[in-house]
Design a protein around this ligand. Structure first.
Ligand code: WQD
Length: 347
């Protein structure tokens, strides 16, 4: 079957990048991945092939080197667009290692945008984050909400990169870009064969839940139940990673088909529903039948109390809407955890 075209995916062996690569292939695109494997495994490529029947082109390059991207684009001059996932994203770690985060997350962005200019590549989707909003003054939060001073170097790199993209587009008529501000992606590919691979102790809630349920972790600590929320635990807008992956394809096609209302656009990618930590635990136990060992602990420094998205702009303008349920999120995360641990035994 002829391809709809070739898309460069940076960070394409990572959690969201790999699931988006699979989605792109299943929707008829050819995928070229650049990843330095600093936070992912090469056999993720085989998992993508198992699901789609196609092995993506792969380059284990460091995006901090301009020639990495130049080499790939020279080899694939027919690249129609770029989806840029590659970045470090542990909030706590970024506080301890700010310079690593600034170099690791910002230099590649500059290199990629330079190469887009040189090779006249017009379409760019940027993996941004609701973290740019901090604790919004109004909920649900819209794309017009003020971007507040970042709460971490990680969050600041997302703000800087959004501005890099906006300014580059302003200065170069041929480039279009869409920043997708993710809320909290969780879950795994519906096949159960692609998902989150947190190396070391997970920072994020969902992998910590599944690792506790499978026995790798002793118990889950709920970081605080004394917040000003209905059950006292923090509220987030959890979104199924497959819904998120689909949003990237819609964003790319919006630009390729010149449907954008502006050359630079920003969309909140969430479900529009706020869900608490205790509600996630309840959904996990209900969806999987597994009782979770957890206890209430102190609040985690840096956590905001509650945030969830106003998704009207994404739904009505971008033409994308999340459709997978909370139970599908928690159940798919569990299926992946079990399948991944099983695969470690057989490999
Ligand atoms: C969610 C809730 C914790 C772990 C994430 C990413 C960040 C950005 C935004 C992409 C919070 C609670 C967690 C645990 C807990 N994503 N929790 N026990 O902090 O919203 O940020 O999404 O850009 O990179 O970090 O997500 O999953 O860490 O926490 O109680 O062991 O779960 O307090 O309320 P967060 P998270």
């Amino acid at each position: 079957m002829s391809s709809k075209g070739k898309i460069l995916v940076t960070g394409g062996t990572g959690y969201i990048g790999s699931i988006t690569s699979a989605e792109l292939i299943e929707q008829g695109y050819e995928v070229v991945i650049i990843d330095n494997l600093s936070n992912s495994e090469k056999d993720t490529l085989d998992r993508i092939q198992d699901i789609t029947g196609i092995l993506p082109h792969f380059y284990e390059y460091d995006l901090q080197e301009q020639e990495s991207i130049e080499r790939v684009i020279t080899e694939h001059p027919d690249i129609l667009g770029i989806i840029h996932f590659a970045a470090a994203k542990a909030v706590g770690e970024s506080v301890e290692m700010p310079l690593h985060y600034y170099r690791n997350n910002i230099v590649p962005m500059i290199n990629i945008l330079e190469s887009m200019k040189i090779h006249n590549i017009s379409n760019f989707v940027f993996s941004s984050s609701c973290t740019v909003y901090g604790q919004p003054d109004e909920l649900p939060v819209t794309e017009l909400a003020p971007v507040k001073p970042a709460e971490s170097p990680y969050g600041y790199t997302k703000q800087v990169n959004e501005n890099l993209l906006k300014d580059t587009i302003q200065a170069n008529k041929g480039i279009k870009g869409i920043a997708l501000r993710y809320f909290n992606p969780i879950g795994a590919h519906l096949s159960g064969n692609l998902g989150e691979l947190p190396l070391g102790v997970p920072d994020n809630l969902m992998p910590y839940i599944t690792q506790t349920a499978i026995g790798i972790r002793e118990e889950l600590k709920v970081f605080g139940d004394d917040y000003n929320t209905p059950d006292g635990s923090c509220i987030r807008d959890y979104i199924h990673v497959v819904d998120l992956a689909r949003a990237h394809v819609v964003a790319l096609e919006r630009m390729m088909q010149n449907k954008g209302k502006a050359d630079y656009e920003v969309f909140n990618i969430g479900t529009g529903n706020g869900v608490s930590v205790l509600e996630i635990i309840d959904s996990f136990e209900k969806a999987t039948g597994v009782k979770l060992n957890y206890k209430i602990a102190d609040r985690r420094a840096g956590d905001i109390e509650q945030i969830w998205a106003n998704t009207d702009f994404a739904n009505n303008e971008l033409g994308w809407k999340a459709s997978l349920t909370l139970d599908q999120m928690t159940k798919s995360a569990w299926e992946w955890e079990k399948n991944y641990r099983e695969s470690l035994k057989t490999n």
